[in-house]
Design a protein around this ligand. Structure first.
Ligand SMILES: [Zn+2]
Length: 216
């Protein structure tokens, strides 16, 4: 088995999920350089929401982080979620103000998920919950496909684009519960605000976000 693994390592050398350089033997999924020099966000990347309470993010959406997340979403690199989940779970564990009863995620529409082959936020949430000794649960469905938020500019445009796109799927499990919603990137926060509005209307007590990275 060890020989088999060694042959696989020679044929398909493992690469750092962020900078894509070939890893040294014994490295986890990140190279030493990235462990040292990733653009780690200050103060847990704390960002206040209008409808959600606040969102935390361990990294800034820049440089190798941005390139890595683009490969994750559009380059079929779904296995990156293993390493991402460790980084995100550490941030959630360390953040002192965070309280939640349920872990969930901002879902893709079924159409987009079929096209991509996976829901990147669901993978990230499932594995992050694993790292925290918990299970992620479905609380939202995106029933309408919209223009990708990344193609739009300011918060007003993004909020209008996403309005009415989500619905609560399991109102009975969220009643009076605090929900931690996981996504890959937060920028203006309009997607999280929209999701939080839907969940609060369905009876949730409060919504907090946690994303791998935070844009400008
Ligand atoms: Zn690296």
């Amino acid at each position: 088995m060890k020989i088999f693994t060694t042959i696989l390592d020679i044929l398909f050398p493992r690469k750092c999920v962020f900078c894509a350089k070939i890893l040294n033997k014994g490295d986890d999924g990140l190279c030493d350089n990235c462990v040292e020099s990733l653009p780690y966000a200050d103060n847990y990347g704390y960002q206040k929401g209008e409808i959600f309470d606040f969102c935390i993010s361990p990294l800034y959406y820049t440089d190798v982080v941005r390139q890595s997340i683009l490969r994750y979403k559009f380059g079929n690199a779904s296995y990156y979620s293993d390493e991402y989940a460790k980084v995100l779970a550490d941030c959630i564990k360390e953040c002192p103000d965070l309280k939640y009863d349920i872990i969930s995620w901002v879902p893709l529409s079924k159409k987009r998920e079929r096209k991509r082959g996976y829901d990147q936020a669901m993978l990230l949430a499932t594995k992050t919950a694993d790292n925290l000794g918990k299970t992620a649960e479905v609380v939202l469905r995106k029933h309408r496909d919209v223009q990708p938020q990344s193609e739009l500019g300011n918060k007003t445009e993004r909020s209008a684009n996403i309005s009415g796109a989500y619905e609560a799927t399991n109102p009975e499990i969220i009643k009076n519960k605090h929900i931690l919603l996981i996504d890959d990137v937060i920028t203006t926060g309009s997607t999280l605000d929209e999701c939080a509005g839907v969940l609060l209307s369905a009876g949730a007590a409060g919504i907090t976000g946690a994303t791998l990275a935070k844009g400008d």
